[in-house]
Design a protein. Structure first.
Lengths: 187, 287
């Protein structure tokens, strides 16, 4: 399968694996499912390595393949968002966050809570969150990676960050009461 | 004259992400200065990015499953992430510890070596007596509680910076009461360590729940407002030597001993935090 692949590119792909796994974890949430996704994406990448243009970013090309593979898989398998997760039975993140006190906040603001909150976001928002906030891509790079307009990157990112912002007690826009219930945007 | 007619969330976010031009940035900064609500939105956008990096950062340090390497035709290639782990040393009393840098793979490894060398040159000798190297895989259980400790620390630090006060159950003026109360909850004697020789004053403490069990959290502050926390909680995990973890700009020195987990958390230099742990761990041991 990888017969004709340049060993240098192959090595570069292997070196990318930790970041691909991280990106996939952001999309799929569940570690095993994320690794399955990376594996499928790697196999797909090798089979079409000739489509990658030398001199362009290999990481962005791979992120794109992971993203499209994820969407393909979801379409094909009708994987319901959240299915198979630890908290599969709870339709929403059960994070009722008090916004008026560190004591209440701190019990919720954990990285677990962030990951759970991510899992409730629409797929397309998760992808831009991972690329911009975690991978550090610019809006333009993320737009190129996902083949979407830059304005779309910005609006998705803003919606996702606002949703996550509730974890730190910042209300969406309107004045918050004592409790903000975390809900996914859209979907 | 005003170029910006409306500052919306997208614009504030773009400012945080460094995606606006200098003139727009200046106008937004003026708005932040004029309106605390805008400042809070900016802080939120900044925090969400930090939270995201923290929440997904540890994936980089997990060993890469062999099947993924094989999927790329690299049957014998080493997992790239392992390079970020630096298993090391120990000393007579505590036979091994890991100095781990949470940064990028190879660069982090090199950085950690440099840091370690610097550390050993600066008088952290007891930790430089080397013992058997541990297997990387054995220490990859980068416990999630380190993430959580760092996250809590940030919350406290932010509120301390903002309000100049800490949310404590019992203040430093009643240390004995604090020790009795915390000791009862932790089912052991607890003596709140004195860090005044490091320039840190006790600020009191409080209880929190970690894994549904009580844990004590003690606060220390320096003259310059820097905050250090000590957390003591129960653990079912086996004893583990001291280890320095980094979560963004927060350092965590943690260890486990006789059913208790301990951690010093601070935004100060890891070597200094380590020195605090070194100076207090023996006294923190349960009787």
């Amino acid at each position: 399968m990888s017969g004709g692949v340049d060993p240098a590119i192959q090595a570069e792909l292997v070196a990318l694996l930790p970041r691909l796994r991280r990106f996939a974890r952001g999309l799929a949430g569940v570690p095993d499912q994320a690794d399955d996704l990376v594996q499928a994406a790697c196999e797909k990448a090798l089979s079409r390595i000739h489509q990658w243009t030398p001199g362009t970013r290999l990481d962005s090309w791979m992120f794109r393949i992971v993203q499209t593979t994820w969407l393909d898989q979801k379409r094909a398998q009708k994987v319901r968002t959240g299915e198979g997760r630890v908290d599969a039975d709870s339709p929403l993140v059960e994070a009722e966050l008090s916004v008026d006190g560190a004591r209440e906040m701190e019990s919720h603001i954990t990285y677990d809570a962030v990951r759970r909150a991510m899992a409730t976001l629409p797929d397309e928002q998760r992808a831009v969150m991972m690329l911009v906030c975690v991978e550090g891509q610019s809006y333009k790079e993320a737009a190129d990676t996902l083949a979407i307009p830059i304005g779309t990157v910005m609006s998705r990112l803003s919606r996702a960050r606002t949703a996550l912002g509730r974890l730190v007690g910042e209300p969406a826009a309107e004045a918050a009461g004592n409790v903000v219930r975390f809900k996914p945007e859209g979907s | 004259m005003e170029r910006i007619t409306r500052i919306d969330d997208v614009m504030l976010m773009a400012y945080v992400d460094g995606e606006v031009d200098a003139e727009t940035a200046r106008e937004i900064e003026a708005s932040i200065a004029a309106d605390p609500a805008i400042g809070r939105r900016v802080a939120m956008f900044r925090q969400t990015a930090t939270m995201m990096r923290g929440a997904f950062g540890e994936v980089l340090h997990e060993p890469v499953p062999a099947r993924l390497v094989q999927a790329l035709g690299g049957a014998t290639a080493a997992p790239a992430a392992a390079a970020a782990m630096l298993p090391l040393r120990g000393r007579t009393e505590r036979p091994g510890y890991l100095w781990r840098n949470a940064g990028w793979a190879a660069a982090a490894a090199i950085g950690a070596v440099a840091l370690l060398n610097a550390a050993s040159q600066q008088g952290i000798a007891p930790f430089s007596q080397r013992a058997p190297v541990q297997e990387v895989a054995a220490v990859v259980d980068a416990e999630r509680w380190i993430d959580n400790l760092a996250a809590w620390y940030r919350v406290h630090r932010a509120s301390f910076e903002k309000d100049h006060r800490l949310l404590v159950d019992i203040g430093a003026e009643n240390v004995e009461e604090l020790e009795r109360w915390v000791g009862a909850k932790l089912q052991r004697e607890v003596a709140v360590p004195d860090l005044s020789s490091f320039g840190y004053r006790q600020q009191g403490g409080r209880l929190l729940l970690i894994g549904r069990r009580p844990a004590a959290q003690f606060f220390y502050a320096a003259e310059n407002g820097e905050l250090v926390q000590l957390v003591i909680g129960f653990t079912d995990q086996p004893d583990r030597e001291g280890r320095l973890d980094q979560r963004d700009d927060v350092n965590v020195v943690s260890w486990r001993e006789k059913g208790y987990a301990y951690a010093f958390i601070g935004r100060i230099d890891g070597r200094r935090l380590w020195a605090m742990a070194d100076a207090t761990w023996a006294k923190l041991k349960p009787a």
